[in-house]
Structures are given as C-alpha cells and as structure tokens.
Design a protein around this ligand. Sequence first.
Ligand code: SAM
Length: 304
Amino acid sequence: MAIGDHLRLLADETRLRVLHLLAEEPLTVAELQDVLELGQSSISGHLAKLKQAGLTHDVPEGSARRYRLRDDLDSALKSAWLAVRALSANEAQTQIDHERLIALRQRRGSSWVDRVAGSLHREYAPGRTWESLCHGFIRLTRFGRCVDVGAGDGAMTELIAPQATEMTCVDPSSAMLAAARARVATLQLSNVHFVEGSGEKLPLPDASADTVLFLQSLQYMTDPERALGEAIRILAPDGTLLVVTLAKHTSVEADAFGHQHRGFTPEQLKRWTRALQQHHTDELPRETRSPHFQTIILSANKRS
Ligand SMILES: C[S@@+](CC[C@H](N)C(=O)[O-])C[C@H]1O[C@@H](n2cnc3c(N)ncnc32)[C@H](O)[C@@H]1O
C-alpha cells in the first residue's frame, strides 16, 4: 500500500477510535460496540478494513473473536499510525473512549491475568521480553575460556564475559574493536581481551578455548568452512562450538549489511564441523519483518 492509502485508512474517525482502543488492549466486537456505542456491522466493516491493511489481526475466543494491533507492522504503516496516534491522542473523543474503556474494565471485572490465559505468548506484559529472558538464562551458563569470533562492538561481550573465565573477542574491524574496548572500559570486567584478526586465521593457540562463538558473524566470512576449521583447532577437548547465523536465503537485502554469504543450510554447517560430535541444529521462526530472515543455530562438541 502507498502512503496515501495508509493515511486514508487512518483518516476515518471510527477506525481511528477503534485503533486507539486496540492500542490499549485487545477487544472483541461486543466490547468495541459497548465503548463506541455503534452498531456491530459498522464496527465489523472497519475491523475488516484494518485487518486487510495489516494493522490488526484476530484470534478466536470462545464463540467470539478478539482483535488486536499487530506488533509487526510494515514500517511505513507503523510510522503513519504512530504519527496519527500522537496527533489525535488528546482529542476529546479519544479521551471519552478511554474513560469508557476503563468503565468497561470495571464492569467486566475479570483480571488481566484471567483474560490472557491461553494467549499470553502474544500479549505484552511489562518486562516480559526476549531480552530480559536471555539476560536471566545466561546466568545459568558457564563459558569457561570463551572466544567470540566476529565479536563486533562488545554488545554481547557485556552479557557473556561475567559468565566466562576469560573472554577473547576477535574481529578484523579496528572500528568495532575500538568501540568494544570503550564499552568494556566502562564495566568492571578484567577478563576480556581483544584481538584484531579474521575467523579464517585465528591468531590463537590450539586447544585453548572451552567455547567458541560465531554470533551472526559467519555470513561475513569469505571462507566460512575454513573459519569453522579454525574454531575446531582452537577448541579444547570437551569444548563447545556455537554458531548462530542466517539460514540459506535469496534476499539481496543482506548485501547492504556486508554479508559474503546468503546464509547456510544445517547440512553445510554439520559437514564443515564433522570433526565434532553431538551436533544440534535449530531453525528459529522466520522474522516477522520483511524479507523474513531466519536464524539457524548449530552447537557441537569436541571429543574429550
Ligand atoms: C553483525 S556483526 C555481529 C557482531 C556480534 N557478534 C554481535 O552479535 O553483536 C558481524 C561482525 O563480523 C565481523 N567480521 C567480518 N568479517 C570477519 C571475519 N573474516 N572474521 C571474523 N569476523 C568478521 C564484522 O567486523 C562484524 O563485527
């Protein structure tokens, strides 16, 4: 859809009222009727248009359907909606609808917890983010002597280093390493080392690492097979390799990020690391934003 279509969609007063309410919480048609004091067919017509435009989706709930704003909006549509939302937030009608929604909640009586039972995975709950979960789970992990290949600017170092005995960040980009050094300097971390170098020729001794990580970096390497061979060389017996990278794709968009490869298949990753054992591969759900990249994860261990 063109921007003009987005703006026409958002220019309708009833649709805007519906969107403001759904931005507060997912609602059924009956609940929208209650707040908006409009007929069911009018509301259903607007909901159909919003769904068709990709602004909302709905899930069955008993004999009704509950409508919600999508959290994976197309970026132009999202910008248009956020701008219109900000412009209309203080309108008298928006405020009246907000008050009516509060009154509806009081009449409805059921708590948020009861309402989201069965759909919690789709709901926003304060603090319940993948990031917070990751920060929590990482406390259960031990990395030992960890080498992060293609470590970047230290965003992950901050997370991992407290769980490692030693952490070596390898990256060929002096700009990335300078940013990583600056970041680590502000933290109480004395176990982090920085090495300028490439994954294909790791300037590190044999059998010197307990964990070797490639976190969205393998696709940047000219010779990924060689880089994984280097990882196997520096792994100590019992050591673990973890590769988090993109699944094979055909999207030119990746070129703009400097990728040398359009992802990998699990079979490729397993073949290149066949000297290791206990291979596990996971393919994560595709990203909701276009072009829907998919991450794959490989972990494998070196024989003891
Ligand atoms: C998308 S960043 C990922 C950074 C970091 N792993 C993270 O997740 O925050 C990719 C990194 O790979 C690095 N890189 C590019 N070519 C490389 C190579 N041949 N060997 C090792 N790292 C490389 C880049 O300099 C960049 O810092």
